[in-house]
Design a protein around this ligand. Structure first.
Ligand code: ATP
Length: 289
């Protein structure tokens, strides 16, 4: 199986602080990957390493079979939109498209033109006079029209209105379904991830806490709730991912095959939000209301 992104022992340190540590990933091609984690977890650092904007302090990273940003051919394989969706303020929308065409061998002029028309940008408008969301749309169009094999997006929809967001997620899902492109994108919006992602990576405190196919992960996680559950008394074979105590009940996310029925708790299959919240929280969390 070809990996679109492979990291081994990958780490990045800023002065004395590790922004990413000992990261191991093997993401198959053709996936839409959701990268989630708390603020400061290391998501932008990982994506910037994958885009070749940062160099690792330790370990290795490969994207589409090569070193990130290693020459023209490698650059052409990857589209990247950074969190601040950079554009050239003095250039018009049309000039951005011309620049895209000149710099990218696989440029798809029709796709670029159609998308610009659909999102309602005027070709003669300077990027500096666009709203934040419109600038994000322009940057996303440039990245998609380059027809990359891997699209790396750092919180791509954060600045988009709900309708534009739906539209963009639809574009992503369509491109990925056609097998044309793999996508790795970070987001704090679980509902968006639910809609398009088939592969999940949860990063917490500079480390990968879980990574894998969404369907497979969902199949092996359950949420147990009861007035009080002692995680130590759970049947063997169940790995406790997180425990959340409120004043009135305990919620435990467990990983393992099936959960035997027990009058002591209610069990249900976990959904994506349970997974994200469970892996993002510390092993035991007390919540008092
Ligand atoms: P967010 O969800 O808030 O965007 P993130 O998961 O993308 O966060 P990163 O931006 O990768 O997190 O930051 C990871 C850690 O590295 C943070 O503690 C941050 O303060 C630190 N960091 C990031 N960039 C730098 C830098 N240029 N110099 C020093 N520290 C940095």
């Amino acid at each position: 199986m070809t990996a679109v992104l492979r990291a081994q022992g990958l780490g990045k340190r800023y002065r004395r602080r590790w922004a990413l540590s000992d990261c191991a990933l093997d993401i198959p091609a053709g996936r839409v990957v959701g990268l989630v984690g708390p603020n400061g977890a290391g998501k932008t650092t990982l994506l910037s390493l994958a885009a070749g904007l940062l160099t690792p302090t330790s370990g290795t990273i490969e994207v589409c079979g090569g070193r990130p940003a290693d020459g023209r051919a490698q650059l052409a394989k990857v589209g990247f939109v950074a969190q601040d969706t950079p554009t050239y303020a003095r250039l018009t929308v049309a000039e951005h498209l011309r620049l895209g065409a000149r710099l990218n061998p696989g440029w798809d002029p029709r796709l670029a033109r159609d998308r610009i028309r659909r999102i309602g940008l005027r070709p003669d408008q300077r990027a500096g006079s666009l709203s934040g969301g419109q600038r994000a749309q322009l940057a996303l169009t440039l990245a998609i029209a380059k027809r990359p094999r891997l699209l790396i997006l750092d919180e791509p929809v954060a600045g988009l209105d709900p309708l534009a967001r739906q539209d963009f997620l639809g574009d992503l899902a369509e491109a990925a379904a056609g097998g044309e492109v793999s996508v790795v994108h970070s987001s704090h919006l679980v509902s968006d991830l639910e809609q398009v992602c088939d592969y999940l990576v949860v990063l917490v405190a500079s480390r990968v806490r879980v990574a894998g196919d969404v369907g497979a992960l969902l199949a092996e996680h359950h949420l147990l709730t009861a007035p009080r559950i002692d995680p130590a008394a759970l049947p063997p074979g169940l790995e406790v991912v997180s425990v959340r105590h409120t004043d009135s009940r305990t919620t435990v996310l467990v990983r393992g095959g099936s959960v035997p029925p027990d009058p002591a708790w209610t069990a249900r299959p976990a959904d994506l939000e349970d997974l994200v919240l469970g892996y993002m929280s510390m092993p035991t969390v007390e919540v008092h209301r």
